[in-house]
Ligand binder design. Structure first.
Ligand SMILES: *Cc1c(COP(=O)(O)O)cnc(C)c1O
Length: 373
């Protein structure tokens, strides 16, 4: 699904030097590259504060802790997302409230969000799934009407742009109260291990996020609030500093690959290429098709067919949140999320990364098409 070796071969000299520099400096924790990377990422995103942490799941958890949510508070999230988004809600003894997604964008459905708001709603967590921004203008309007903070889960969409109706634009993850991301190696901006970050324009929140990620410490050995230990390794920051410089070029290559696939699949009766909403620039973390058919075994059959041809393919995600055993005690089984269920049974993702060449893309597309002939 991804090719992390080819880019490394290209950047080897630069990356090896940066890693060895860290080892020689022995500043493995909170070394200079950590501050350098946070600053560089803040500049790239045009956001005031970037607070690094250990991974994207921690970023979500620390964001929720910083908002001072209390057990029993309701947090609205889509059911159609990676488990991390909803898992941390439950971990903090908050109540996940699952809402429906849009059938075309896979992202939070704003009407469903509006209906789910109660006096107990204390946060909204939109997820920019597969590389496409949620409709942030509409989401922020609903959130502001009710004075509810928004945590953007931007793990899959770093570098994405959202276009407001007034003609301005912002990077995804910098529109809500807090944005979070992951530097898991396979993400669009990946480290060579784990990593994550939070973004905010709010000075007081930035201070709280920093403190919580560092044992709630205000100054050394003085702990004001309950926090955790969540740090971005210096070695990972040094690698990310280099990879960040290639992010835009890599996004352009992803978009080009998506264009190639989508051109091959256009006007097909069953294969539905990803829809790209006009309000944002899709950065194609995943290239996910919908198989628009009611044949129950079709998707798994295609998956097996492609695997037989040694073409990687994945189902993101076969089981939505409201059908996970983990959430049974939160009343998850009572949800009726028809669109989420419909999509869950029909999505399939093809290889997507900046190193795909036209020959590979055509080979993959030809084989997908051949299955239906
Ligand atoms: C990857 C991912 C996360 C979690 O990131 P980790 O770094 O693996 O903890 C959270 N949310 C979404 C949508 C993700 O894709």
């Amino acid at each position: 699904m991804v090719d992390l070796k080819t880019e490394y071969q290209r950047l080897k000299k630069e990356i090896d030097t940066a890693v060895i520099d860290v080892i020689e400096s022995a500043a493995f924790i909170n070394g200079k590259p950590v501050q350098d990377f946070s600053k560089a990422l803040a500049d790239y995103l045009n956001v005031k504060h970037v607070i690094p942490c250990a991974n994207g799941t921690d970023a979500l958890q620390i964001a929720m802790m910083a908002l001072d949510l209390q057990p029993g508070d309701e947090v609205i999230t889509p059911s159609f997302t990676y488990i991390a988004t909803t898992e941390v809600v439950a971990l903090l003894r908050l109540n996940p409230v699952f809402v429906e997604v849009d059938k075309q964008t896979f992202n939070i459905d704003v009407e469903s969000l509006r209906k789910a708001i109660t006096p107990k709603t204390k946060a909204i967590v939109p997820v920019h799934l597969y590389g496409q921004s949620c409709d942030m203008e509409a989401i922020m309007q609903v959130a502001n009407e009710h004075n509810i903070p928004v945590i953007e889960d931007n793990a899959q969409s770093i570098g994405g742009d959202y276009y407001f109706t007034d003609g301005t634009s912002k990077k995804t993850g910098t529109i809500g109260t807090i944005g979070t991301t992951s530097f898991y190696p396979a993400k669009n901006l990946g480290a060579y291990g784990d990593g994550g970050a939070m973004f905010t324009n709010d000075d007081a929140l930035a201070q709280r996020l920093t403190m919580i990620a560092n044992h709630g410490q205000s100054k050394r050995y003085y702990h004001d609030v309950v926090g955790c230990n969540s740090r971005l390794d210096t070695i990972q920051a040094a690698i990310l500093n280099i990879r960040l410089q290639h992010l835009d070029k890599n996004i352009a290559a992803r978009i080009k690959a998506a264009d190639h696939y989508s051109d091959a699949f256009k006007d097909h009766s069953i294969i539905q290429p990803p829809f790209r909403a006009k309000n944002n620039r899709h950065v194609f973390h995943q290239y996910t098709l919908i198989l628009n058919s009611d044949r129950k075994d079709l998707r798994d059959d295609l998956s097996a067919y492609l695997s037989g041809k040694k073409i990687p393919n994945m189902i993101y995600y076969p089981v939505p949140g409201h059908r996970q055993k983990m959430f049974e005690t939160f009343g998850a089984l009572e949800y009726k999320l028809a669109v989420t269920d419909w999509l869950t049974e029909r999505v399939i993702s093809l290889p997507m990364h900046p190193e795909l060449d036209e020959e590979q893309l055509q080979f993959i597309a030809d084989n997908v098409l051949a299955y239906f002939n």
